[in-house]
Design a binder for this molecule. Sequence first.
Ligand code: ATP
Length: 446
Amino acid sequence: MSAKMKTDDRMEKIVSLCKRRGYVFPSSEIYGGLISCWDYGPLGAELKRNLKNFWWDTMTARRNDIEGLDAAILMHPQVWHTSGHVEEFNDPMVDCKKCKARFRADKVDESRCPMKPSKTPHECDGELTEVRNFNLMFKTYMGPVEDSSAIIYMRPETAQGIYVNFLNVKNSSRQKIPFGIAQIGKAFRNEITPGNFIFRTREFEQMEMQFFIHPSEDVQWFKYWREQRWEFYKNLGINMEKLRWHEHGPDELAHYAKAAYDIEYEYPFGWQELEGVHNRTDFDLTRHMEATKKDMRYFDERFEEKFVPYIIETSAGCDRTLLTLLVDAYDEIEIKGEQRVFLRLSPRISPIKAAILPLVKKQGMPEFAQKVYQELGRKFKLFYDESGAVGRRYARMDEAGTPFCITVDGQSLEDETMTVRDRDTMEQTRMKVAELQDFLDKKVHG
Ligand code: ATP
């Protein structure tokens, strides 16, 4: 981030850039929007897909000790009793007696009064009610009869889909412990105070991996997965000075966890959790085993014993990581008296890898540029733009997060070279068409 940039209004600027460039739109906007719900536009959908692919490659596709899964969102309602979510997945809540607004009791200091957004709830004159517990699960009915026997929950985490499939995956894949199951999917939480754009929403996507191990090896695997997840963010191109670990104290630990660390990022609204790495012990499998009478124990030849595996979980929010990428990449600098915005996303995940720009709309340049666009476009997501001054076109691409602009000029027609402009250094290099593919390949898949 440039030193000149003001940090206080960064979120507003990012929200507006996301709308302008087609990253994220308010959901159902023509009806006035729906609070805390967002739609990903063309660039946002592409960025999200790149992020998920990168996670999937890192956590599953390139490892032979992790299997993938895609479980249903709706699960047997008993699952959520067994997991403890029906009884314990609560947030403490308080209401303002004056304006009736509802706040998370443990986040009152970070919340804003809806009547006076410059103030926190207890700073306005409204008195707050006693703290009450509020269950975060969305409930609905399955089938035509709306009675208590038809109640079903929208899953509040993807993890339970993995636990109930532990035996299926183990038996079908013939994996031996230690091994993991990874899943990307939607989760739903009726958050009391959603907000900060896509940071906390009621519908969101998680990227979770559950690693099944012998109980005696939990400390070493817990450490290993913390290191792996730290490395993941480094490879995503995140500024590592903006990341830190937060270890949960005994009063913060979830009901299922023996130890937990969060990876936190310094957002414009403060340090907040980006991902959790948890030692969930044998809590989940033992509970499901007791409830279903299915034997979840594993016989390990190394230890010559049967045991319920311990689980190390890595749980990241996809939307929250996407916000992190946007916040981290957002930059503003002044160039020749003009305030310019740059989205410095790494080529690995940027939605558009390069723009193809004929310098002028004549002398055969558009035809040449179109040929390059068609050829390279078979391998990379590109953008073709021939309208307006080339400086303006560069500026649009800088703001959209496109790392390279490839310009076709008079010389291109003579010797088949083009200039490649790097968004971050603004340096221009001449390259042959044949060299471009290799160049982009290295930058994108590096
Ligand atoms: P928080 O303390 O922020 O409510 P949590 O500790 O309840 O989060 P987990 O249950 O550990 O979160 O979920 C794992 C990850 O899922 C979080 O690190 C976060 O990235 C993401 N996540 C959780 N709740 C939300 C939400 N409401 N909106 C977007 N992402 C979320």
